[in-house]
Each structure stands twice: as structure tokens, then as C-alpha cells.
Design a protein around this ligand. Structure first.
Ligand code: ADP
Ligand code: MG
Length: 595
């Protein structure tokens, strides 16, 4: 039995539910479906994208109140009359939610670390009180008399009818989210957890990507609110408060925040447990009260200690092994390549670049150039300013003064994303891979800029052809650097030396003309170093320019066409490898008399 068979069994069982289950369980399942829809948004936003939100209940409220207000109002202005029905309510809810989410997104998504969750708490509370204080929303008493839904002439009169709608919507949302995550756009979302610097270096617009997942999560919540309002036929502010927002986050985390099915597991577990504990605990303690809240708090702590990734990864251990990924992409046509600059033509020209961190001058009037088809080694003791120079060239930390030209164009002041697009790729001294993602997917992230399909196409899987090409390209680069056996291994499971090679493959997947490698041979064994040297020579022969920072002198001297030596942020020597090696200043400063 494969995962697909299990899914079919699950859907069939779901479909049979209302025919066999008593009313009580149908109600319970309806609520699980509604909660899971919100938790699914949090999987995308928090579990995958790494942005924690406590405020999703407010978006559920927007969805519920929009339709409640429109379908029950008696004195609407004429222009709003076309919206005075459940479908108009849905449309209005989605539009209002999108507008509010975009506004809140602009205001809060820039906040980093714990400021973002605090920001979501702030607007979660604000919207909750807004619902309670607006007279046309019925204040704290709320709005009653919301009409039932009718679909294709069938009126949804009771929970059993709503059951099918709720679960169809939820399964559709699961499908869309699943598709999205398995795509170029999905890799961009997952790249957010690798940090802004890495993601932007791959050409991912991180601000835009964050906004998109925030929007999707808000719209899922809004949809849940709309369904809730018509199921319940009554709304008041209570279910849209902050503590429910926290409960949604509980669901996602306990179920497994990084997995689409985790949302369902979490919603089911919390809902059933809550029901059960609400009956049991007051009997146990002989007093009434919301004891289940305390139990949830304890449960959360246990989960965070024992199963940080939630229950889903723990459950799937009993599921049948995923069938080996069919290599559908093997025969995909190659992606178009950028024109290769003529060997010897200037790629990178840096003039008098200065980088200051407060009082520290980490790069002091640095000048160098790299031509197509040559390897320039940049060496110097630790702290000399080599990585700073990389960041300055790649747009991560623009120079304080001086000039950087790439392909003849001034690029100081360009964002790293713009520079990457022009054909400059890099690796990081401290490896920045997505440890949980496969080697193939990590490398495919490098080819991000060579695809164009966005989120809508990805959600509907209309971009399969392009995706196959991207994966095929990634696979080719993996093969080329000798990672052919590791395509489906989690990148984090490889030894550090191999992870550096994955970074090189990822950089190559962008089809660069200039490659910046920050200590690529660190942690490699002798044979691996030789293979790497062979690869770099091949790339050079193909016309690639390579700027290489490396500590292994034997490796550098054998490979480099020219060498630039730095000390205390300054260039102290430049020339052919053997000339530099015998330069007294270099021996004094860099080799420190060791040799
Ligand atoms: P290298 O790569 O040659 O070992 P780095 O470029 O990493 O050297 O560092 C050069 C100097 O700049 C070091 O003294 C380092 O502490 C400092 N430095 C690097 N990045 C920053 C930063 N973001 N803020 C402040 N100081 C920094
Ligand atoms: Mg460094």
C-alpha cells in the first residue's frame, strides 16, 4: 500500500462519515475541519516560512463578520446590495482580509526575531476589540440570523450538509498547499528559513515571499470564518480573540508545523482533547473551570521538549515508505544559458573599496579584478577581511566608499538579488543550506532565477514542465560535482565537506559567469580536494571567472592564475602564485615565518 492508497482510504472514510456517525461526531469533525484550515495557513506561514503569528483568529473573524454583516443588514446602500448574500459575503471577506493582511504585512513582516510575534499579538488584540466595539457588527452580543448556504440549489440545512463543504474546502486547500510547497515558489518559501542573505543570493525576493505566505494564511483563515458563520448562523467576538489565535498555533505546532497534514492532526487532537478534558477535568477536580487550558499548556511544553517537529513525522514512521521519486525530470530539455563572456574579458573590477564597521576598517582601499576564464585566489590570515570583501562585492554589505563593477556595470548599491541575476554566484564560508531539504532541492534553489512561474501556477501545478527542467538542471550539476548518489539525501545529513560541494552545485545551477567561493576546500579529504580542483579547472576552461578564498596553500598555489594577499583589510601583495609565495611581506604577514 502506498501513501496514495492511504489517502484514498482516508477520503472514502471521510465521505462515509455522515452516513454512519451520530450528530455529535459530525459537529466535532466540522470544527476539526474549520480549525485545520486555519492551522494549514500557519503551517505555510510559521512551520515552513518561519514567521510566527498569534493573530490568525482575527482573520477568521474578518471572514465571519464580513458575511454576517452583509447577509443580515437591512439598510444597505444600493451599491452594496449585490453583495448582500453569502457569496457576496465571501468575496467581501476575502477582499477585506487581503487588504488588512497586506497592510499588516507591510507593517509587521519586517520585524525580526520576537518582534514579529509581538506585532501579531498587537493586531490580534486590536481586531478583536474592533469586532466588539463596532455597533454595526453588533458589539459584544454579535450578529444572529445569518442565512444558511445554498450550493447549486441545495440548501445546506444542518451540520451533515456543511460537513461535505467544509471537508471539500479543507482537502482542496491541503492539495493547493502541498502543490505549492513542491515547486519553485515553494522552495523560495522554504528558503526563508535559511536566512535572508542566502535566499536573496539565490534571487528570492524575500519581502515579497513573506507577504505572499502571510496573505495565503490570512485567506485560509478568512475562508474558515466564512464557513463558520454560515454553519453557526451566529457570530460574536469570542472565537476571534487572542487566546484562540494561540490555540491555532498550538494545533499547528503539535500536529507538525512543517507538514500540511500536521495541521489536520493538530486540529483533530486539540479539538478532541479539549472536548474530552472539558468533561473530565471538572469532574476530577470537583469544580468548574477551564482546566483544559492548563492541560494544553503542559502538553505544549512536553511536545516542545520531546517532539519539536510535532506528531506528524512521528506518525509517518508507520506509513509506507514513500516510493522512490520517479525521475520524471531526467529527459527534460536543458534550460537556456546566458551568453558566456569572452575569455580574458573583465568580469569584476573593484577600485578602492572601503568597508567600515564603526571604527573598524575591515576593507581598506581594496582593488582587484577578475577576468573571464581565470582563477584569482584571495588569501590572508583570519580576520584579514576576505569574507567582508565577498559581502561587499555581492551586495550583502555595500561598500562605505569605492567602486564595484560587474560586467562593466556599477553594482555597488545594487541589492544582492540584482547582482545575482547579473550572473554572480557565491558560496558561504559558513554553509547555508536547508538541512531538511534534499540535496537536489537545495541545488534547484540555485536555479530559482531561471524559472518564472509564480505561486498561482505552482498551487495548481501548471508549471510542471518548467519544474522538471529546473530539477533536471539541478540533477546535472549534482552529478557534475560528484553528488550523484546523494540527490535524495537530506543536505544536513552529509558531512560538512560535502555540504560545501552542495553549495558549489547550487551556485552553478544559477548559470553564473563569475563564481565566488569562500573556503570551499575546508573539511574536504585529499581525494575530494583533488576532485574539486579538477572541477574548478574545468569551469575555468569553459570561461568561468572564479574568485577563491582558501587557506589550503597547496590547493591555492596549484590552481590559481593570480593571487591577491590581504592583511588587516589591505592588499599587501598581488601576482603570480610563486612570486607571491616568495614575497617577503607575505611571508612575514601571512605565513608568519612558519615555512
Ligand atoms: P576573513 O574572512 O578574512 O577571516 P572577515 O571579513 O570575516 O575576515 O572579517 C574582517 C574583520 O571585520 C574582522 O575583524 C571581523 O570581526 C570584522 N567584521 C566582519 N563582519 C563584521 C560585521 N558585520 N560587523 C562588525 N565587524 C565585522
Ligand atoms: Mg572569512
Amino acid at each position: 500500500m502506498t501513501s496514495r492508497h492511504l489517502l484514498i482510504v482516508f477520503v472514502v472514510l471521510l465521505g462515509l462519515g455522515p452516513l454512519v456517525l451520530p450528530e455529535f461526531y459530525i459537529t466535532l469533525l466540522n470544527y476539526i475541519g474549520l480549525y485545520a484550515l486555519v492551522a494549514l495557513g500557519l503551517v505555510l506561514l510559521t512551520g515552513v516560512g518561519g514567521l510566527t503569528s498569534f493573530g490568525q483568529a482575527a482573520f477568521v473573524g474578518l471572514g465571519a463578520y464580513a458575511t454576517a454583516a452583509l447577509t443580515t443588514a437591512t439598510d444597505l446602500p444600493a451599491w452594496l446590495l449585490p453583495l448582500a448574500n453569502p457569496w457576496g459575503g465571501l468575496l467581501a471577506g476575502l477582499l477585506v482580509t487581503a487588504a488588512v493582511a497586506l497592510l499588516l504585512g507591510v507593517l509587521t513582516l519586517r520585524l525580526s526575531g520576537h518582534y514579529l510575534p509581538l506585532g501579531t499579538i498587537a493586531w490580534g488584540i486590536s481586531l478583536y476589540f474592533l469586532f466588539g466595539n463596532l455597533q454595526f457588527l453588533g458589539g459584544h452580543t454579535g450578529i444572529s440570523g445569518i442565512p444558511t448556504l445554498s450550493i447549486a440549489g441545495i440548501e445546506l440545512r444542518d451540520g451533515r450538509h456543511y460537513y461535505y463543504l467544509i471537508w471539500a474546502v479543507l482537502l482542496a486547500a491541503v492539495w493547493l498547499t502541498h502543490n505549492l510547497l513542491d515547486s519553485r515558489a515553494g522552495r523560495a518559501i522554504r528558503a526563508l528559513k535559511g536566512g535572508v542573505v542566502m535566499a536573496e543570493a539565490m534571487g528570492v525576493d524575500t519581502a515579497r515571499t513573506k507577504t505572499i505566505i502571510f496573505l495565503i494564511a490570512a485567506l485560509f483563515a478568512c475562508l474558515s470564518g466564512w464557513l463558520y458563520a454560515h454553519l453557526q448562523r451566529f457570530v460574536n467576538p469570542t472565537p476571534f480573540g487572542l487566546h484562540i489565535g494561540i490555540e491555532y498555533l498550538f494545533m499547528a505546532v503539535i500536529g507538525g508545523a512543517a507538514y500540511v497534514w500536521g495541521a489536520l492532526v493538530g486540529a483533530a487532537l486539540i479539538t478532541v482533547l479539549k472536548q474530552w478534558l472539558q468533561d473530565l477535568l471538572p469532574q476530577l477536580f470537583g469544580a468548574t473551570g477551564n482546566f483544559e487550558v492548563i492541560a494544553f499548556g503542559l502538553l505544549m511544553i512536553v511536545v516542545l521538549h520531546r517532539a519539536r517537529d510535532g506528531l506528524w513525522p512521528w506518525l509517518v514512521r508507520w506509513l509506507p515508505e514513500k516510493s522512490a521519486l520517479a525521475e520524471r525530470h531526467r529527459d527534460a530539455p536543458p534550460l537556456p544559458r546566458r551568453p558566456v563572456p569572452a575569455v580574458g574579458s573583465p568580469l569584476l573590477e573593484v577600485k578602492d573599496a572601503i568597508k567600515q564597521f564603526g571604527g573598524l576598517v575591515a576593507n581598506d582601499h581594496m582593488s582587484l579584478h577578475v577576468n573571464a576564464g581565470e582563477i584569482l585566489a584571495l588569501i590572508g590570515p583570519n580576520g584579514a577581511g576576505k569574507s567582508t570583501f565577498f559581502n561587499l562585492v555581492t551586495g550583502v554589505n555595500p561598500p562605505t566608499a569605492g567602486e564595484v563593477r560587474f560586467m562593466g556595470e556599477r553594482v555597488d548599491g545594487h541589492t544582492s538579488r540584482m547582482i545575482a541575476r547579473m550572473g554572480m554566484s557565491r558560496t558561504f564560508q559558513h554553509v547555508r543550506l536547508l538541512a531538511g531539504m534534499t540535496v537536489l532541492e537545495n541545488v534547484a534553489l540555485g536555479a530559482h532565477m531561471r524559472g518564472k512561474h509564480g505561486v498561482p501556477a505552482a498551487m495548481l501545478h501548471l508549471e510542471r514542465e518548467e519544474e522538471h527542467c529546473l530539477l533536471a538542471e539541478a540533477a546535472r550539476h549534482c552529478q557534475r560535482v560528484g553528488l550523484g548518489e546523494h540527490l535524495q539525501d537530506a543536505a544536513g545529513s552529509l558531512p560538512l565537506g560535502k555540504q560545501r560541494i552542495v553549495e558549489i552545485a547550487r551556485a552553478l545551477a544559477a548559470d553564473p559567469c563569475l563564481l565566488l567561493l569562500d573556503e570551499p576546500a575546508a573539511g574536504l579529504r585529499f581525494m575530494e580536494k583533488q576532485a574539486l580542483a579538477e572541477l574548478l579547472k574545468q569551469l575555468r576552461a569553459e570561461g568561468m571567472g572564479i574568485l577563491l578564498v582558501e587557506h589550503d596553500m597547496e590547493f591555492v598555489m596549484d590552481l590559481a592564475d593570480r593571487v591577491v594577499v590581504m592583511e588587516f583589510g589591505k592588499k599587501i601583495a598581488e601576482g603570480l602564485p610563486h612570486a607571491v609565495q616568495s614575497d617577503p611581506a607575505v611571508i612575514e604577514a601571512y605565513l608568519g615565518g612558519v615555512e
